[in-house]
Design a protein around this ligand. Structure first.
Ligand code: SF4
Ligand code: SF4
Length: 294
């Protein structure tokens, strides 16, 4: 299928006016202004603002959608406990202001890119995320990680036994089902040592895929992994092994990365490489394009 950039107009419209330049300005205004809450600041932002070379017609309204991550900055004024522990690449703690900006950036971009992804995916008519590997690919199967609850969304046979729970999909020799490697034959749900997943061997598809329309029959309830964009923020990397106890609770730890990752297998990523690089630059992130299903 040939793809014309005009088909991506709705997604590109958002990419040309990313949240981050405006969010950074809002953080500065909040911290230097007389505002107690972020809502008070947003109520004042009624005039158009130009920042980072982008024009935002109704900045307060635009930022409302991202209120939840933006509220994190209230912790700097109200002496609230930190939301997370943010470290640099050498595992030294970052200045709280910089750490908070990165945390807000990660959360706000996750929200924005979920929307962009769904607008860019639709016109492609592509099912790559929902089917097993094509014959041209070396991989024998694709794996869709699931939570235990999500595994119940699919009418597939389930392999949940001592062997599967002790094994990983990449183990050699592989787990066998009826004498054949698990990745030959039908799609199934597995409970591995690492958790639950749906395995899609070659020539199979997710049972929720409507083969005729290419749509997902459980779209509103689809698993978390299916909501992840093919362009996604890697501003921070979660590091559970570095979590610490803080005032009787676990404080999650993240490492600064400041990258934007894009999966090269995806047709809209290939088509919009320059636009994705521009978006990353506006967000002050390094764009990284990488193969996923090769
Ligand atoms: S649940 Fe929906 S989006 Fe996820 S793989 Fe299946 S068909 Fe695709
Ligand atoms: S590879 Fe890209 S275009 Fe294809 S289904 Fe996945 S997100 Fe959509």
């Amino acid at each position: 299928m040939s793809i014309n950039k005009n088909q991506f107009a709705d997604g590109l419209e958002i990419m040309r006016r990313p949240i981050l330049p405006l969010a950074r300005l809002a953080m500065l205004l909040y911290l230097t202004g007389p505002f107690e809450t972020v809502e008070e600041l947003l109520a004042e932002l009624v005039e158009p603002i130009e920042t980072g070379g982008r024009n935002y017609e109704q900045p307060g309204q635009f930022l409302q959608e991202f209120l939840s991550p933006l509220r994190l900055m209230e912790s700097l004024k109200n002496a609230r406990p930190p939301a997370a522990r943010i470290l640099d690449e050498n595992q030294d703690p970052l200045d709280p202001m910089e750490g908070l900006e990165l945390l807000i950036s990660q959360q706000a971009l996750t929200m924005e890119l979920e929307k962009i992804n769904s607008l860019l995916c639709r016109p492609c008519g592509c099912k790559l995320c929902c089917i097993g590997p094509e014959d041209t690919l070396a991989q024998e199967y694709f794996e869709i990680p699931l939570t235990e609850d999500e595994s119940r969304l699919f009418a597939l046979s389930v392999v949940n036994n001592d062997l599967s729970r002790k094994s990983l999909p990449a183990d050699e020799p592989p787990v066998t089902i009826n004498g054949r490697p698990f990745y030959e034959g039908e799609s199934r749900i597995y409970h591995w040592r690492s958790g639950w997943s749906m395995v899609l061997p070659r020539h199979t598809s997710c049972p929720a895929l409507d083969r005729e329309t290419g749509g997902c029959r459980i779209y509103p309830d689809r698993p978390e992994v299916c909501r992840r964009p093919q362009i996604f923020p890697y501003v921070l990397e979660r590091q559970p092994s570095l979590d610490i106890e803080y005032e009787g609770r676990v404080l999650q730890t993240f490492i600064r990365q400041k990258k934007l990752l894009a999966v090269w297998d995806c047709p809209y990523v290939k088509t919009l490489k320059d636009e994705i690089a521009d978006y990353a630059e506006a967000c002050e992130l390094e764009p990284v394009f990488r193969e996923n299903k090769a």
